[in-house]
Every structure is written in structure tokens, then in C-alpha cells.
Design a protein around this ligand. Sequence first.
Ligand code: SAM
Length: 282
Amino acid sequence: MIGDSTSTPLWRKAFKGLAALGITGALFFAIAFGFDASAVRVFLGLTPPLDVPYVGTRPATVDTMLDMAEVGPSDHVIDLGTGDGRILLSAAQERGAGGVGVDLDPVLIDQATDAAASAGLTGRVIFLEQDLFDTPLHEADVVTMFLLPSVNLRLRPRLLEELEAGSRIVSNRFDMGDWRPDDVRRVGGYEAYLWIVPAQVAGSWRLDVGESSIPLELEQSFQDVQGTAAINGQIQLFTPVLRGDRLRFSLDLPGGEQVFDGLVDGDQFFPADDAEWLAVRE
Ligand SMILES: C[S@@+](CC[C@H](N)C(=O)[O-])C[C@H]1O[C@@H](n2cnc3c(N)ncnc32)[C@H](O)[C@@H]1O
């Protein structure tokens, strides 16, 4: 018989075609993304769709980010989209911090976990296969990220709400829209950004100093604050400086200019030194 016994069955041809297509696609992605195995895993459906593709932060940038955030042994770092964990591992190894790194790519999480074990950091750092949007942030002293502008903006309301005043956020390469960074440094051709979460100070306050009780009105846009004080029937405009929970401004009082430098804790603003005044939110 001619034909049937020597010809390839249709299912086999289809299988070969699909395999070839898959391999070609994977190679295309690998080349397009700089031989990034993570992108190949996404293409092959081995990793859930990512909000940001994997690209590692360069070591010099990792150092700069940790410097900017002044990461130290008492800090709990949350590394959003941790990749191979290099930022958190460096925070633990070089600065003595602890923390959690989350990523959706299980292979990268395994890699980071193995690296932590080899470095003797098991227990100090933990890597979780978890969506960064489902990760609670309130325990972080420092949040580190190398994501995308749109992802940073989606995270912004939660960063402002969940993190304590004074917590630091560092981002490789991308900013957070109109939230002005507290520091920007250029390293390896790209910017690294730092934000310090500001205390919520907007509203009406009463400042008691000596015999005076002065009504204050504060307006706030992130860490930028403007205020007015009603002193002896006169409205005085002043520009406070807010960094985390530390607020500082000066007022022209009848006895001369007085500086108010203190800490905001909820509805109280009290001196950072032994000065005698207190402001309470009304
Ligand atoms: C640009 S890489 C940064 C990796 C690492 N942080 C670094 O700087 O070297 C972004 C990482 O975010 C992860 N990622 C993307 N979307 C995510 C999501 N929704 N939840 C958690 N991780 C995500 C990716 O798998 C990737 O590892």
C-alpha cells in the first residue's frame, strides 16, 4: 500500500506545529526581553500574568536605594515585586534589616528563598509567592520597589494610608506622579526616588503657649503644608516644614519670633525638646 503507512498522522503534525510555535514564541520573548526566563514562564503560562516584567535592579542602585532610605537593623522592609530578592537580601546582609519580599513568580521566590538560606538569613527575611496588591503594608518601616509608574500610582493611596508617618518608600526608576519625592538620586543612568510618609496634619488646631491660645488652620498636599494662625485678631500665614511626623514652623508672637519644632501623634503636636507648648487638633 502506498501512502497511509508512511505518512505522518494529522494529530502528530498538529502537535509538532504547536510545539514549534510555542518554542518560537518562547524564543521570541526570550530575545525581546533580553533572555529573561521570567517572561518565558509567563508566555508558557507557568507564572500568572504580571503587572511588571522581571528586570533586576543593578547592585549600585540597590545600595543607593538602601542609603536613601537609611535602612538599619531595626527596620522591617517590605519588598514589593521582590524578583530574586536582591534588594531585601542586601538590606538584611549589609544593613541588618529584616523583612518580607513578595512576588508572583514561584521560580524567583524559590531562588530568593534559597539565597536567603545560603546566606544564613532564614528567619530574618521571608519570601512569599503573593500578589503585591494583596500584601498588607502597615508593618513596614521601609517599602522598596522597582515596578512601573501606573503600578506605583495604584499603590500610592495604600502607602499613604497604611504606613506610619515617617516610614520610607524607595523606588527604582519610577516616581509617584504629583507626590513630590523627598530625595532623588541618579545612579547608572536612572533615578532612584525616596518618599517619607507624612503625618496627617490638615485641619484646625489650637496652640497653647504661655498665656496664649492660638487657633491654627493647616492645609496639606502630601508633605507640603501651609498654615494660618489667628494672633490678636490678625491672620498670619506661615509655611511649616513636615518630614514624617516632625513638624516645624515659626510664628511672630508679641514677645518675638518663636519656633515650634515638634512631633505629631494623632491629634497632638508636642515639642521635640523641653519647650513648653502644646497643640491639639480641634
Ligand atoms: C522590575 S522587577 C523587579 C525585581 C526586583 N525587585 C529588583 O528590583 O531586582 C518586577 C517584579 O515584580 C513582580 N511582579 C509583577 N507583578 C506583580 C504582582 N502583581 N505581585 C507581585 N509581584 C509582581 C515580577 O515578577 C518581577 O519580579
